[in-house]
Design a protein. Structure first.
Length: 333
């Protein structure tokens, strides 16, 4: 048991040890993106040179966060999620490395997802406001008071009324809570009808403004690169993990890692009857080994994206991209 724990700890330490290399490479790639000869590129050249570097830098930043959150303290769901994320991240990076124009598809899908998410949020807010309006109609003490008078007559006391009113309000509040109403706690204070009004006037209006802003960002993006080039890159066609993994030579990993993590993350029939709620040490080590080697691959892919861009800097007064220090791999002295 001790040896197994030591092996897991050793791999986790190796993953953490990549952090300085990732940070150094991220700095290098961000420097490339602001190099004038790269930053001023437009059209196809911008899509195939600058955008892959920007995506690579963001990927490295995400890796730093994920390692810090899921490897310092090892926990089953954290390790499974990290494994799945690193797999998916590498599929995307290899796709862009193989066909740099796919960076347009990556960003278009991101922009579309942002709009879709906000649209769904607006729909939820509107449905919530409608539900609160319905709750407001039920939030009427008069029928209850009439029933109390009929039941107790002259024996009706303030205490009885107070208890009955509290029970009525608690029942309404609990019904709202059971319907997953984000503003249920506010409605308890403001009243259901007024809270519905506030949602429509403030929350929905703010979300619609956010949606319009995101829509404009997407339109500006399309205007900058042109719909023809974006369509060539794949546009916003549906992304399929199996097909994409196969194209970049990661089909075997999809069949094992993707499905392995899915059956543990989701409420599948198999997961219901899994006796162990936590990863065994051998499983933990296997997944951490995968994370480690695939993070090395992430570093390699992003390094090559940076080198490609640096070669475009050419010679001239500015020597950042031609400095031998920038041509070294991450962690090299």
């Amino acid at each position: 048991m001790a040896n197994a724990e030591n092996r897991v700890a050793a791999v986790a330490a190796e993953i953490q040890g990549l952090s300085p290399n990732i940070a150094q490479l991220m700095q290098r790639v961000r420097a490339v993106t602001i190099e004038p000869r790269i930053a001023t590129l437009e059209g196809r050249e911008r899509a195939e040179t600058l955008l892959p570097c920007e995506i690579g830098a963001e990927a490295l930043g995400r890796c730093q966060i994920l390692v810090a959150n899921n490897v310092v303290v090892l926990e089953t769901l954290g390790v499974i999620s990290l494994t799945r994320y690193v797999f998916e991240l590498l599929v995307w990076l290899r796709t862009i490395h193989q066909a740099p124009l796919k960076s347009l598809r990556f960003l278009m899908l991101s922009l579309k997802d942002g709009e879709d998410h906000t649209s769904q949020h607006i729909a939820h807010l509107e449905a919530e406001a409608q539900f609160l309006d319905e709750m407001a109609q039920h939030d009427n003490p008069i029928p209850g008071m009439k029933a109390l008078v009929e039941e107790h007559g002259d024996n009706l006391t303030a205490e009885i009324v107070q208890k009955a009113e509290k029970a009525r309000m608690d029942a309404i509040d609990f019904e709202a809570r059971r319907h997953f109403v984000a503003y249920a706690s506010d409605a308890k204070v403001n009243g259901y009808g007024f809270q519905a009004h506030l949602i429509r006037k403030k929350a929905v209006a703010a979300a619609q403004a956010d949606l319009e802003a995101k829509r404009q960002v997407r339109l500006d993006f399309v205007s900058r690169f042109g719909q023809t080039l974006i369509d060539e890159a794949g546009g916003v066609s549906k992304w399929n993990w199996f097909d994409s993994a196969r194209v970049v030579g990661m089909e075997p990993e999809y069949r094992y890692i993707y499905r392995y993590t899915s059956r543990l993350l989701h409420a599948t029939p198999t997961s219901f009857y899994t006796t162990s709620k936590n990863l065994e040490l051998t499983e933990m080590r296997l997944l951490l080994e995968y994370v480690y080697v695939r993070l090395l691959d992430v570093i390699d892919v992003v390094t090559d994206l940076a080198v490609r861009a640096e070669k475009k800097c050419g010679s001239g007064p500015r020597t950042d991209c031609n400095d031998p220090q920038w041509q070294k791999g991450p962690g090299e002295p």
